[in-house]
Design a protein around this ligand. Structure first.
Ligand SMILES: NC(=O)c1ccc[n+]([C@@H]2O[C@H](COP(=O)([O-])OP(=O)(O)OC[C@H]3O[C@@H](n4cnc5c(N)ncnc54)[C@H](O)[C@@H]3O)[C@@H](O)[C@H]2O)c1
Length: 321
């Protein structure tokens, strides 16, 4: 595997010299942040990008940078409506893609919400688990026949997976006190487990899947946090890392924070990244320290048995609505 790229690489640097004409990508959440930059970079290199978004009118306005890049680079952008917090919307989106029938070389399951107050999706699932995991699970498993043989699935996870393993008995916080960070952490462990099990199930078609920790960046993601909450978070993380003798966690800018997604979706050797958790354009090492602020991926987020159990639980949850 190439060791050429790292924490400071940008999406354009990762794609330098790569011609994506004729390649198709589905990306969820292209209206802001990492998804918007991922779409822009891929389109600038000639890719046909389908961006799945909750609000089509807003997305039309804010994706001008993607259309400009596409017109210069020979790529294109199509938008499709998708509310991941509604299984009806997810199924409608999937069925439109299936009816269209065109295949995708990579699917990037990027959209997400973080540290929301307790909320429920249209189907009654806890909002973060429902949006970040079940919405993607329902979409991707339905459109899986559209993923090209040798295609890739990239699922956005987070360092927040280190907060907690999934809770398969009470995934929707019906029998325990709600904590926004616990819910976010569990939802991101779920996204890594989903990628790991998808990889296991589809490897024989040459399809590989990986989860990505993009790096920390000030996108719209902390929209549910006040300035004080955000400041408190930075202080807590900084103190905990200093106490553990670790360097401060650095913020990335937006082009950098999209780099690992495009690396995983296009450039990396898919057989070397398949089933893994990626960070800074590399496979992250397993680190089972109890300190949630220390680097690396916790092994519970890639555990094969837990991944199978989560898959079965997710199928059961989405099939009853
Ligand atoms: N920014 C960071 O520091 C960071 C760190 C680790 C992981 N991540 C992950 O990266 C991904 C992208 O986050 P970002 O930082 O670009 O945040 P962002 O808030 O800028 O973008 C998230 C996107 O998801 C979309 N979205 C949210 N709920 C949706 C729903 N119900 N249906 C459809 N779309 C929905 C939003 O509209 C938005 O376009 C997320 O999965 C996030 O958890 C981000």
């Amino acid at each position: 595997m190439t060791e050429k790229f790292g924490a400071k690489s940008t999406a354009d640097e990762v794609l330098a010299g790569v011609d994506l004409k004729g390649k198709r990508f589905l990306i969820t959440g292209v209206s802001s942040g990492i998804g918007l930059e991922t779409a822009r970079a891929l389109a600038a290199h000639g890719a046909s990008v389908v961006g799945a978004v909750r609000d089509l009118a807003k997305a039309e306005r804010v994706t001008a940078s993607v259309r400009d890049a596409a017109s210069q680079g020979g790529g294109s952008l199509e938008l499709i409506e998708l509310d991941q917090a509604s299984l009806q919307s997810v199924r409608a989106c999937a069925d439109r893609l299936l009816a269209d029938g065109r295949r995708f070389d990579s699917i990037i399951a990027n959209a997400g919400v973080m540290a929301t107050p307790l909320g429920r999706t249209a189907d009654g699932f806890e909002l973060q688990f429902g949006t970040n995991h079940l919405g993607h699970f329902a979409l991707v498993t339905r459109i899986e026949p559209l993923l090209a043989d040798n295609g890739r699935l990239v699922v956005l996870s987070s360092q927040a997976h280190r907060v907690a393993d999934v809770d398969l008995d009470d995934p929707n916080f019906e029998r325990q006190a709600y904590d926004p960070w616990l819910a976010y952490g569990r939802s991101k462990t779920a996204t890594s487990l989903f990628a790991a099990e998808f990889d296991t199930r589809h490897r024989d078609r040459g399809i590989r899947a990986a989860s990505v920790m993009p790096g920390n960046s000030l996108t719209d993601l902390p929209r549910h946090l006040s300035q004080e909450d955000l400041q408190g978070l930075f202080e807590t993380v900084g103190k905990a890392r200093a106490e553990a003798g670790l360097p401060p966690a650095e913020l990335k800018d937006i082009p950098q924070v999209a780099a690992t997604s495009v690396w995983a979706a296009v450039v990396a050797d898919k057989d070397e990244i398949g089933g893994h958790y990626l960070e800074d354009c590399a496979v992250a090492p397993i680190n089972d320290t109890p300190n949630p602020f220390a680097d690396g991926v916790r092994s519970y987020a890639l555990d094969a048995d837990k991944a199978k159990q989560l898959w079965a639980r997710s199928e059961a949850l989405i099939s009853v609505t």
